[in-house]
Design a protein around this ligand. Structure first.
Ligand SMILES: NC(=O)C1=CN([C@@H]2O[C@H](COP(=O)(O)OP(=O)(O)OC[C@H]3O[C@@H](n4cnc5c(N)ncnc54)[C@H](O)[C@@H]3O)[C@@H](O)[C@H]2O)C=CC1
Ligand SMILES: O=C(O)[C@@H]1CCC=N1
Length: 267
C-alpha cells in the first residue's frame, strides 16, 4: 500500500504514528504532507516515510490518499490535487468533518472510490474506533480503508447519515472520556493519592471497565455494576449521589449539544 496523508495536524499526525507503529499491513511508502513540515521531525528517519510540503508529489506517488485537513481548507486542497488524481490509481479516504461523499464527488467526480472515515486520535496507539461509509466504488474497494483502520483499532461500516453522530461519540468522545478520567484523578487526589498515582488508578480502572465489556460480549454495563454494588455499600452510595447530581443526564445532554453543534457545520 502506498499511502499519502494530506494535512498532518492533530489527526493526521495520530494516523501517521499508528501506521508507522503497526505491522499488520504492508506499507510500501508513506507520504506526510503539510505546509510547515517542522513538526514532523519524529518521522524523519523512518524507512519508507517521506516528509513533504508538496501535496502533488505525495499524491502522485501514492494510491491511498487520506485527507485530514480542516473543513475550511478541504475544497482548496482537493481542487489543487485534482490535476494529478487518477481514478485507476487513487482511492480517496477523507477524515474531514462535515464534508459528505456527494460534496467530494462534486469536486472530483463519481469515478473515484471515496471512503469517508471518522477515526479518533487513539489511532496513534492502534485503538481507534473508526466509522466508515463509502460511495459505490468505495464500497467495492472498502478493503483499502478497512485494512488500514482495522490494523489501527476497530471499524464499523455505517450509513453516511450517521457520520455526524459517530463523530460526536467516537472522535469527540476521546475528549469526553479524558475529562471523566481527569475528574476521577482529581477525586483520587482529594482522597489521598499523589497526582501520578491518582492518574494511574483512574486510567487502569477505566481500561478495566471497558475491557470487561469488550471481552465478555454478552455483558451489559448494568450487569457489571450489579457485581460491584454491595447492598448498603459504598459503591451504590457514590453511584446514586452521582446520578442525583445528574451524571448520566449531563453526559447525554453533552452528546446531544455536541451533535447539534456539528450539524451547524454546513457541507
Ligand atoms: N482532531 C481530531 O481528533 C479529529 C479530527 N477530525 C477531522 O480531521 C480534520 C483535521 O483535524 P485536526 O487534525 O484536528 O486539524 P489540524 O488543524 O490540527 O490539522 C490540519 C492540518 O492540515 C494542514 N494543512 C492545511 N492546509 C494544507 C494544505 N493546503 N496542504 C497540506 N496540509 C495543509 C495544516 O497545516 C494542519 O497540519 C478536520 O476536518 C477534523 O474535523 C476527525 C476526527 C478526529
Ligand atoms: O471538535 C471538532 O469539531 C473535531 C471533530 C471531531 C474532533 N474534532
Amino acid at each position: 500500500m502506498k499511502i499519502a496523508i494530506i494535512g498532518v495536524g492533530n489527526l493526521g499526525y495520530s494516523i501517521a504514528l499508528g501506521i508507522v507503529g503497526q505491522s499488520d499491513i504492508d506499507v510500501e511508502s508513506l507520504y506526510l504532507s503539510k505546509r510547515n513540515t517542522s513538526t514532523l521531525s519524529l518521522f524523519e528517519h523512518i524507512p519508507n516515510v517521506t516528509i513533504t510540503s508538496d501535496n502533488l508529489e505525495a499524491v502522485k506517488n501514492s494510491n491511498v490518499i487520506i485527507l485530514a485537513v480542516q473543513p475550511g481548507q478541504f475544497d482548496n486542497v482537493v481542487e489543487s490535487i485534482k490535476p494529478v488524481l487518477d481514478p485507476k490509481q487513487h482511492c480517496i479516504v477523507s477524515a474531514v468533518t462535515g464534508r459528505n461523499i456527494e460534496h467530494i464527488e462534486n469536486l472530483i467526480g463519481k469515478e473515484y472510490p471515496i471512503i469517508r472515515s471518522m477515526p479518533n486520535t487513539a489511532i496513534s496507539v492502534s485503538q481507534s474506533m473508526t466509522c466508515l461509509s463509502a460511495n459505490k466504488l468505495g464500497q467495492e474497494n472498502i478493503n483499502c480503508g478497512k485494512q488500514i483502520f482495522n490494523s489501527l483499532g476497530k471499524t464499523l461500516y455505517i450509513e453516511e447519515d450517521l457520520m455526524q453522530a459517530a463523530t460526536v461519540i467516537c472522535a469527540s468522545g476521546i475528549a469526553f472520556w479524558m475529562r471523566l478520567i481527569r475528574a476521577t484523578s482529581q477525586g483520587a487526589v482529594q482522597l489521598g493519592f499523589d497526582a501520578a498515582e491518582a492518574q494511574e488508578l483512574a486510567m487502569q480502572t477505566a481500561l478495566g471497565a471497558a475491557s470487561l465489556l469488550v471481552k465478555s460480549e454478552t455483558s451489559h454495563p448494568e450487569q457489571e455494576i450489579d457485581k460491584v454494588t454491595t447492598p448498603m455499600g459504598c459503591t451504590i452510595s457514590g453511584l446514586n449521589e452521582m446520578e442525583h447530581q445528574g451524571m448520566s443526564s449531563a453526559l447525554i445532554r453533552g452528546l446531544v449539544k455536541s451533535y447539534e453543534k456539528i450539524n451547524e457545520i454546513k457541507n
